[in-house]
Write a protein that binds this ligand. Structure first.
Ligand SMILES: [Fe+2]
Ligand SMILES: [Fe+2]
Length: 161
């Protein structure tokens, strides 16, 4: 059986991958909605932010290698892999058949809410306050994405309001 250190490294790698795949989803939406002045910039900005989150998971992984006692797994690798498979499926679906703007917004609001829930249950527990802050910033970013996409959804459904 894998020890806690190996498991945390595997979890952080999966989380980084989830952020990367999510960035690809947002880029696919930017391409699908390239003629929308409202949505294209929103999708591209969100994609860039997901790539920044992936880099933050790199930092967490480096910190974990340097200070193995600072992190402990709070989620199983199997659960995290199931999350990764779900986002990979969404990417495939969107590439095969891109959704319209309203459907895409509703689906991504749902996905960002799931991330928020996932992160708030803490993928890993941190004893180091610096790492704790880094992780809290990632959670705040999920919250920002939910708010941004909900605003865009309102603007799309009720333009002029
Ligand atoms: Fe993210
Ligand atoms: Fe996000």
């Amino acid at each position: 059986m894998a020890d806690a250190t190996t498991e945390v490294s595997a979890l952080l790698a999966i989380c980084r991958r989830i952020e990367q795949v999510t960035a690809q989803i947002y880029r696919a939406l930017a391409a699908a909605h390239c003629d929308s002045d409202l949505m294209r910039p929103v999708w591209l900005k969100t994609a860039d932010e997901e790539m920044a989150h992936a880099r933050q998971f790199d930092l967490l992984a480096q910190a974990h290698v340097q200070n193995r006692d600072s992190l402990a797994p709070a989620l199983t690798v199997v659960q995290a892999r199931a999350g990764l498979q779900r986002v990979e499926q969404v990417l495939q679906d969107f590439l095969t058949q891109p959704p319209g703007i309203e459907q895409a917004l509703r689906q991504m609001v749902g996905m960002e809410r799931e991330y928020l829930d996932f992160h708030s249950h803490r993928v890993v527990e941190f004893s180091d306050p610096e790492l704790c802050r880094l992780f809290t910033a990632l959670m705040d970013a999920d919250r920002d994405h939910v708010e941004t996409l909900e605003r865009a959804l309102s603007a799309w459904i009720r333009p002029g309001l």
